[in-house]
Design a protein around this ligand. Structure first.
Ligand code: SF4
Length: 280
């Protein structure tokens, strides 16, 4: 896509971005900006909400309305914005710390509630900003600054969690698979109900270094090697799935988004106030 078309969606005076060289967040940010440009989003009707963490800085670079919230609360803030003004397009940009760990409960309920919000999760498998501690998605056996002898817990499979919790569109790509990522973001941003795109992202400075995955280039190579299309992933024997990452569309279903259901409740309430009996 020509740079000139993406430029209006970027705060170019804040570039270059603050992320470390080789960080996957830049890839995710540029995909989001490209998706905004391709869809020709009205910048005055688009709101980006972030929390805290490395990817929480993404709103600094997007030339749309933005709210920089507190840690784990991006979806709570996005919910309030969308509920008050359903005509806005609301996009929550989060890392795995924000979404799956500190904000885990907000995430579950946002999926269940199904407001038309798009969540983009840059999952680098650790808390990069505060020194590489393990998060809710850190795979078992990985080394982090808080699990130097190997992480003992299983990480969440965020896409399966979102699909089970009721999100309407759920997909996963990696920072290596940018064409897939472009496609998933475009679908998510035009989908009714809650949509989530998870992007497996590189943090060479902490996760990559602690787990001897090499530098930025080797980490990209890592995503290429471990990513398996969803259908093929489930055909693999269980032992061969170890260390692999399924990519693809996990859920794409129609349904009635929250704002529509809530409009009916509001109409019923108005009717009740006026003394009318409203049929449900
Ligand atoms: S610490 Fe990791 S996630 Fe944070 S900016 Fe650096 S490479 Fe990216």
């Amino acid at each position: 896509m020509p740079v000139a078309e993406v430029r209006p969606y970027l705060v170019t005076r804040n570039l270059p971005h603050f992320w470390c060289p080789g960080c996957g967040n830049g890839v995710v940010l540029s995909a989001v900006a490209r998706a905004f440009a391709r869809l020709g989003l009205d910048r005055t009707q688009t709101v980006v909400v972030t929390g805290i963490g490395c990817f929480g800085r993404a709103d600094d670079y997007l030339n749309v309305n933005a709210v920089h919230g507190t840690h784990g609360r991006a979806l709570a803030i996005a919910t309030g914005i969308k509920a008050v003004n359903p005509s806005l397009r609301v996009v929550a940009l989060m890392g795995d710390g924000d979404c799956a760990t500190i904000g885990g409960n907000h995430f579950l309920h946002a999926c269940r509630r199904n407001l038309t919000i798009t969540a983009v999760v840059s999952n680098n498998l650790n808390y990069g900003m505060t020194g590489g501690q393990y998060s809710g998605t850190t795979p078992a056996g990985s080394t982090t600054s808080t699990s130097p002898l190997g992480h003992a817990e299983e990480g969440f499979d965020l896409c399966r969690v979102a699909a089970a919790a009721g999100a309407m569109y759920v997909a996963r790509a990696t920072v290596y698979h940018v064409h897939l990522l472009d496609r998933y973001l475009e679908t998510a941003l035009t989908h009714q109900g809650f949509s989530m795109v998870e992007v497996m992202s590189s943090c060479p400075v902490y996760f990559g270094r602690y787990n001897r995955l090499g530098g930025p280039v080797e980490m990209m190579e890592h995503w290429r090697k471990v990513a398996v299309p969803l259908e093929k992933y489930w055909e693999l024997p269980a032992e061969d799935r170890e260390g692999k990452v399924a990519i693809g569309v996990f859920q794409d279903r129609p349904g009635i988004p929250f704002e529509e259901r809530y409009r009916k409740v509001q109409e019923a309430a108005r009717g009740a106030r006026a003394g009318e009996v409203t049929e449900r």
